[in-house]
Unconditional design. Structure first.
Length: 105
């Protein structure tokens, strides 16, 4: 089984028992159950494909939050030549690691 879900403004191709790093979801702690209802595409074991317009209503993805954290620091450097303008700052994006437990139809 495969499915394409949308979360955090991004799309992810998932399958059961897959571990995945997504954008952080508010008020979710480690060990919590999460349901993804914005399913864009679903493919069952027989190869039958269903495409949502824009979402499928009868497919629900269940996952368990395993870890929250912040990614490695990325440097943001802005520079304009000949004007003595330069700014340097760093950014660490928060993430949530989840394990897909089941795909229910």
């Amino acid at each position: 089984m495969l499915a394409v879900i949308e979360t955090g403004g991004k799309q992810y191709l998932i399958s059961p028992q897959q571990k995945l790093t997504i954008e952080k979801i508010k008020d979710v702690k480690e060990g919590d159950k999460i349901t993804f209802d914005k399913v864009l595409l679903f493919c069952d074991d027989k190869g039958k494909i269903e495409i949502g317009k824009p979402y499928l209503k009868d497919v629900v993805i269940e996952a368990i939050a395993e870890e929250t954290g912040r990614a490695k620091k990325k440097i943001v450097f802005r520079y304009h030549n000949k004007t003595r303008y330069k700014k340097k700052k760093g950014h660490r994006q928060p993430y949530l690691k989840v394990k897909v437990s089941s795909i229910k139809k």
